[in-house]
Unconditional design. Structure first.
Length: 275
């Protein structure tokens, strides 16, 4: 597909907007997961504002690319991207987690236009993505499937069952992106359950791998190009910073699932927008 310097600049700006909107949404809701939303912002911006073949005017277009946010608790970043692409108006962002809102605390495909899977039960996304990719093959469709996982999520055994099956069936239309921010709910991933070398693990399961800085837009786009042009399933191992862009949230486990106060939200948005 290729990319230009204008693409890179635009994605950086969109990632900034995703971070700003994520903080604002979580602050208004009084609950949510800022750390992982901020770490994934650059990855989601690259997908929604460059990579994915989608049509906001026709969310159920049969030939669209599919995206699954397997780490569904980080949905504020996804909702911000969907809004930015025109799936719904900005007024909806102010309703995060409200009872009748289309924007629930975990993605609900019955409520939110543009979603391909209701997610949040960690470990399920890659299996569902594999099923979508297999359906594309059987239907002789060329759409691609992208699954964004957390590194803590990769402690789930189902992830590796799906990885084994995807390699066995040579699912070239499937790409897994792992947001490796090093922290999960109860502490550092290497202390909760040491994952070791995730790239080596995916290679051992028969996947192509690409290891990148998950905040470097050019590296992200290059990895997505590689995934599209390579035979077999591809895993992009994206090293990120939890809470990226907000100094007092970066690499702090307590910001995994906590809403900022009025003062904290104002400071966070100021830091994001001047970065």
């Amino acid at each position: 597909m290729g990319y230009t310097t204008n693409d890179i600049a635009r994605i950086r700006e969109k990632a900034r907007e995703i971070r700003r909107d994520s903080i604002s949404m979580i602050h208004l809701a009084g609950a949510g997961h800022p750390g992982g939303s901020l770490s994934a912002a650059d990855l989601i911006a690259a997908l929604y504002f460059k990579e994915l073949r989608i049509d906001p005017r026709n969310p159920q277009w049969p030939d669209r690319d599919r995206f699954i946010l397997s780490k569904g608790h980080c949905c504020p970043a996804l909702y911000a991207a969907l809004c930015g692409r025109g799936y719904f108006g900005r007024e909806q962002l102010e309703t995060l987690r409200e009872y009748h809102s289309m924007l629930q605390g975990h993605p609900d495909m019955r409520k939110t236009p543009g979603l391909d899977m209701s997610s949040g039960s960690l470990g399920n996304g890659l299996s569902c993505g594999l099923g979508m990719a297999m359906a594309a093959r059987w239907k002789q469709k060329d759409y691609r499937v992208y699954v964004l996982l957390g590194d803590g999520e990769c402690e789930e055994g189902e992830v590796w069952e799906a990885a084994m099956a995807a390699a066995h069936h040579h699912m070239s239309q499937l790409t897994a992106i792992v947001d490796i921010n090093g922290l999960q709910l109860t502490g550092p991933t290497q202390e909760v359950m040491n994952l070791g070398d995730l790239a080596a693990k995916f290679r051992a399961f028969g996947w192509n791998t690409s290891e990148i800085n998950g905040h470097d837009v050019e590296q992200i786009l290059r990895a997505l190009d590689y995934a599209r042009e390579t035979d077999g399933p591809t895993a992009i191992l994206a090293h990120t910073v939890k809470g990226k862009g907000v100094s007092f949230m970066e690499n702090r486990v307590e910001w995994h699932g906590k809403a900022p106060s009025d003062q904290e939200a104002a400071r966070a948005i100021e830091e994001i927008m001047r970065a």
